[in-house]
Design a protein around this ligand. Structure first.
Ligand SMILES: [Zn+2]
Ligand SMILES: [Zn+2]
Length: 349
């Protein structure tokens, strides 16, 4: 019997049901873990996803996608295979996919994090026999600090800038990270202004019931003085383009797990960096593995070799599988895309 899930050229595949999970090419039926662009791609005939992911996909990919929805814990059966979604804690709507057939259970995580972020449905451990997990930050050097202390750092940076009449321009992934930042900062310091790409995601998520603190979209009419004590949340691609001219003088920063690596800060030409990730760090990855009770682990997406090797050394049957997911490096992909957008809609976006 072929294994319940396998890795096809299109992605993670359940042959018995004819369903792919997060395929990177068009397929007949796709289950989508979450709406980040490296997991949710267009071109497939039928989709199954969480209702929030459905709305995000319509906004990001196209209105005409055929998307059925499942709520967390609700099960659907295709050709005898039972599928259900369980919160992954990564961004709003992000789900792990549980697949059960004849008593055998597999779970594919998509991206996940265990720490509550105030905007995503909290991560739920799911028991299984085989666990397919991302390991974007699957190296022992990645250990996140308490996000509350990171937000203190962000607020201190913003407060100092504001006191000096310097605008604070913070680069954050437009879906997930931007809203998490919005919810975590101290609004008494000044106004929170956002790029059009962030505003679009805010609007969709608010439509799905997410409550966000006050935010304001930057337009051509936003007066220059408005930026003096403001926090601007934007995809990194817009920084340094004509779009940021009006914000001068400004200080730049990025909120990402990659900020733990100094090279990233330099490459992005940033004044400062905040280590704030929506992925599990090394201890959280190990805890996630342990809690599933799984004997067999498949590491995808990230430091798969190091992570699977470590798991083997502590007694797991673990392998690495390569995928075409870009990880939180999807931020880079977004950089490119929004750069094009901001050139098109200069000052307007
Ligand atoms: Zn993601
Ligand atoms: Zn990813």
């Amino acid at each position: 019997m072929p294994s319940l899930l396998s890795f096809s050229p299109q992605g993670i595949y359940c042959e018995q049901a004819g369903v792919h999970i997060d395929p990177w090419r068009g397929v007949d039926r796709a289950i989508i873990t979450h709406a980040h662009s490296d997991h949710a791609r267009g071109g497939s005939r039928h989709y199954l996803a969480h209702p929030t992911t459905k709305q995000l996909m319509h906004a990001r990919i196209g209105k005409d996608l055929d998307i059925e929805t499942l709520w967390p814990g609700q099960a659907g059966t295709i050709n005898g295979v039972k599928f259900s979604l369980h919160p992954a804690g990564h961004i709003p709507g992000s789900m792990q996919v549980r697949v059960e057939y004849k008593g055998e259970v597999w779970v594919a995580t998509g991206d996940h994090k265990r720490r509550k972020d105030g905007i995503s449905e909290p991560y739920e451990p799911v028991r299984c026999h085989t666990f397919i997990t991302e390991c974007t930050f699957g190296l022992p050097i990645y250990r996140w600090k308490d996000p509350a202390s990171i937000f203190e750092d962000i607020n201190a940076w913003w407060r100092t800038n504001a006191a000096n009449g310097v605008c604070s321009v913070l680069s954050a992934y437009s879906l997930g990270k931007a809203q998490r930042v919005l919810c975590g900062v101290d609004p008494s310091i000044g106004p929170v202004l956002v790029h059009g790409a962030v505003a679009n995601m805010n609007t969709v998520l608010e439509g799905c019931g997410l409550r966000l603190p006050r935010w304001e979209q930057i337009t051509a009419d936003t007066p220059k003085e408005r930026f003096r004590n403001a926090l601007v949340i934007t995809p990194g691609s817009a920084i340094g383009t004509p779009w940021t001219n009006k914000m001068r003088p400004y200080s730049t920063a990025m909120a990402s797990g990659w900020m733990q690596l100094r090279g990233w800060r330099r490459r992005g030409n940033l004044d400062t960096g905040f280590v704030l990730s929506d992925h599990a760090d090394w201890p959280a990855l190990l805890q996630a593995v342990e809690e599933t009770g799984a004997e067999r682990i498949i590491a995808t997406h990230g430091y798969t070799d190091v992570f699977s090797q470590y798991l083997r050394s502590i007694g797991y049957d673990a392998v690495a599988e390569s995928t075409e997911f870009a990880g939180e490096g999807g931020e880079l992909e977004e950089r490119q895309k929004t750069q094009d957008e901001s050139h098109k809609g200069q000052g307007r976006s």
